[in-house]
Design a protein around this ligand. Structure first.
Ligand SMILES: Nc1nc2c(c(=O)[nH]1)N[C@H]1C(S)=C(S)[C@@H](COP(=O)(O)OP(=O)(O)OC[C@H]3O[C@@H](n4cnc5c(=O)[nH]c(N)nc54)[C@H](O)[C@@H]3O)O[C@H]1N2
Ligand SMILES: Nc1nc2c(c(=O)[nH]1)N[C@H]1C(S)=C(S)[C@@H](COP(=O)(O)OP(=O)(O)OC[C@H]3O[C@@H](n4cnc5c(=O)[nH]c(N)nc54)[C@H](O)[C@@H]3O)O[C@H]1N2
Ligand SMILES: [Mo]
Length: 671
């Protein structure tokens, strides 16, 4: 990102034209970043609550007072029950320095609870870990040479614009683009074919494709023999999934499955852009495992334009231990402090504490996240944050829905104001983030805030006081072959570095599993008492798994990101919010008709957990039985003060303990 400065203010941000993955282009929302940085409502000074919890009334205080106040409260809890202290953070910045360094060291040193950071990608990451050994995938630039691209549970026009550039180039060169998505997204409508399956049934589709590939012997026997483990077990599993059965599970035609399998099996340069949209359901981990088997069966991995990409972040040699210093935990390595799954934060905050759970949560420190808007089962989350006896610190740019509940609200810097190091989900470059302007107002980097807290608490651990540049210089393992010749100074000066990887990194195997192979059969899963072979698990909330619930709430709801928002970030930027307009609900004409809902009417979406209001868009973009509410709205900027997470649940996925945002049954009625 390049920043234009005038009188100390950022007036424009653009992509860096020399940076290969972005080529000078920023997505819609990030191109408004300067507007966000100098937004009139930016938090510029520490503030202390004066009103009731959640009311959002504060008065300014000095940094010294703020840190002293926090240190007294946190110190008292830490001395008595350190695990009663919970950090909560996620994607505000995914930078290695402002995300994962001094903050983690600080909480480890205190012996605070650990947070299982599972709100987004954990099921998919686990699926890849058990199958490939790590988050390994194709290099994005070679998708342009692919002949078939399956865009599977992904909406790159909205969520990953820089990938779409490659897909379009492939399309110009004659590739066939196929979207697999229950919703006709902005991306699906631009593909040659759109397969609108029922949500949460991707595992069955993959098993059905494999049934055909195996039955018609469209396999790369040499690749299977040399680089995979457990073919016979996988073959046996696929026998349960003939296309006729898969067609009824997925709600699509049998011929679609057979034709897809034949096309995939007869194309060497066949690439799968898998993404996280398909794993936010109960069977998400197994589904990723099943799909990840495909390119190993056909040998697509032999081609640089073949294979699969969910996340390539595992190629980056991040030095997690140096950044986070788990060894600072009291009793390490014999003992680790308790782990709280962030998806169940609502229940965790409401827990009274017992032998199994451990101590009741007494303090929560939120940074890089807005849980009151983004976490599932929102009413429960808000109830937790409203507890009078909970001490809450929020580090933020803005007074978000979560910030309203803070006892202490601390102003944080943005990416234009601090140092950082980034890896990527998708491409295979690492980046340095060098500050371009001074902090706005009295804002401080997360790192500096945690250093200040440590100082105020009198903690004498040198690792807590390292400068941002010192931390940045340890973020990556510079001696790794992927970074040959690079170091922090070089990265800082150039801005980015392409990881040194072979063009087709899995052409000759090289998986990072214990066997070194692509594990169709996972002994690790077997040891954990889990099915070692991928299977289809119906959604928690489906007619198969919960018929009584499905009778009361017959519609499946998904709430994927709106193009102009980044999760809940940017919702308060007027130009972007006005483009989105207001919360909408896309509903199929047949479903609207049976409920007497006309296009443009206000509707109420509800289930046993809660409800939200939205304006109906009657459209066949949503398949029958599905409703879609593009997200994530700030509750307080929605007309009824609610958003989609009122109806989502805290239930977890099969692998990885991920969130199940798109595993959610509802009913809809006219308001
Ligand atoms: N503009 C914008 N870009 C973003 C974000 C944002 O909020 N806004 N968020 C960023 C983040 S944190 C992430 S994790 C990524 C998310 O981006 P993606 O990984 O692409 O995931 P989603 O956008 O959640 O969903 C992608 C598509 O999956 C579809 N989908 C839903 N359920 C299913 C299913 O069961 N099966 C299949 N096959 N498809 C399904 C949805 O309809 C959607 O069109 O995007 C990143 N980029
Ligand atoms: N219904 C529904 N819910 C979802 C999803 C969905 O698709 N549907 N998607 C899920 C996914 S994939 C994700 S990743 C999560 C994301 O959820 P979050 O991790 O909460 O991400 P954001 O909503 O972007 O909020 C991040 C907050 O961090 C702040 N921030 C940004 N940079 C910094 C910084 O440097 N310091 C500090 N202190 N704060 C900073 C921003 O101002 C913003 O308010 O949401 C999940 N929730
Ligand atoms: Mo995410």
């Amino acid at each position: 990102m390049r920043v234009t400065i005038e009188n100390g203010r950022a007036i424009k941000v653009t992509g860096d034209p020399d940076h290969p993955p972005t080529q000078g282009v920023l997505c819609t929302k990030v191109s408004r970043y300067a507007e966000r940085v100098h937004h009139p409502r930016r938090l510029t000074t520490p503030m202390k609550r004066v009103g009731r919890k959640g009311e959002g009334r504060f008065e300014p205080i000095s940094w010294d007072e703020a840190l002293q106040f926090a240190a007294t409260r946190l110190g008292e809890i830490a001395s008595r029950a350190p695990e009663a202290l919970v950090p909560y953070s996620y994607a505000g910045t995914m930078g290695l320095v402002q995300g994962d360094s001094i903050a983690q060291r600080f909480f480890h040193k205190l012996g605070a609870s650990q947070l299982d950071r599972t709100i987004c990608a954990a099921a998919g990451a686990a699926g890849l870990k058990y199958t490939y050994g790590a988050s390994l995938g194709m290099l994005t630039e070679f998708f342009r040479e692919s002949e078939v691209i399956l865009i599977w549970g992904a909406n790159p026009i909205a969520s990953n614009l820089h990938f779409w550039t490659h897909a379009q180039e492939a399309k110009r060169r004659g590739a066939r683009l196929i979207a697999i998505d229950p919703y006709r997204s902005l991306t699906a409508e631009k593909c040659h074919q759109h397969i609108a399956l029922r949500p949460g049934t991707d595992g069955a589709l993959a098993l059905g494709i494999m049934h055909v590939l195996i039955g018609e012997d469209r396999l790369d026997h040499a690749y299977i023999a040399d680089h995979t483990l457990g073919f016979e077990a996988l073959k046996a599993r696929t026998q349960d999934y003939p296309p006729s059965r898969v067609a009824s599970i997925c709600g699509i035609d049998e011929s679609v499955i057979v034709e897809l399998a034949r096309l995939y099996g007869s194309t060497k340069k066949a690439a799968i852009r898998l993404n996280y949209g398909m794993q936010r359901v109960r069977g998400g981990g197994n589904a990723v495992r099943a799909i990840a088997c495909l390119p190993a069966l056909t040998g697509a991995w032999r081609e640089r334009a073949g294979g699969l990409l969910l996340s390539s972040s595992g190629w980056a040699p991040v030095d997690t231990a140096a950044l986070m210093r788990p060894d600072l935990m009291p009793g390490w390595p014999a003992k680790q402090s308790r782990v709280i799954n962030m998806n169940a934060i609502g229940d965790a905050l409401m827990h009274h504490g017992d032998e199994t759970f451990g101590p009741k949560v007494e303090a929560i420190v939120v940074y890089n996240s807005n849980p009151v808007a983004v976490a599932p089962d929102s009413a429960r989350v808000a109830q937790g944050f409203a507890r009078e006896d909970l001490f809450t610190i929020v580090l933020e740019h803005f007074q978000t829905d979560t910030a309203d509940y803070a006892d202490l609200l601390l102003p944080a810097t943005t990416q234009l104001e601090h140092f950082d190091v980034h890896k990527s989900y998708g491409h295979t470059h690492v980046m340095a983030n060098v500050p371009s302007i001074a902090p706005v107002g009295d804002a401080r980097p997360n790192t500096e805030i945690f250093r200040g807290l440590a100082r105020a608490m009198g903690l004498d651990e040198p690792a807590l006081y390292e400068s941002d540049e010192a931390v940045a210089s340890q973020a990556l393992r510079w001696d790794d072959e992927t970074l040959a010749g690079c170091d922090w100074t070089a990265l800082k000066n150039n801005g980015w570095q392409r990881l040194n990887l072979p063009d087709a990194p899995l052409a000759n195997g090289g998986f990072r599993t214990p066997s070194g192979k692509c594990e169709f059969y996972s002994e690790r899963l077997e040891r954990e008492g889990v099915d070692p072979v991928p299977d289809y698990l119906p959604p928690h909330e489906s007619i198969e798994a919960a018929p009584e619930l499905a009778a009361r709430y017959p519609l499946a709801m998904i709430s994927p990101p709106a193009r102009n928002f980044l999760n809940s970030t940017f919702v308060n930027v007027d130009s972007l919010r006005s483009t989105e307009g207001e919360p909408h609900l896309d509903i199929h004409p047949a479903d609207a008709h049976t409920r007497s809902i006309a296009d443009g009417e206000q509707v109420r979406v509800f289930n046993d957990r809660g409800s939200m209001q939205a304006r109906a868009r009657v459209t066949d973009r949503a398949r029958e039985g599905l409703v879609v509410g593009l997200s994530i709205w700030w509750k307080k900027l929605a007309p009824d003060g609610r958003n989609a997470n009122e109806v989502t649940s805290q239930a977890l996925t099969d692998l990885g303990g991920s969130a199940t945002f798109y595993d959610c049954l509802v009913e809809v009625e006219r308001v």
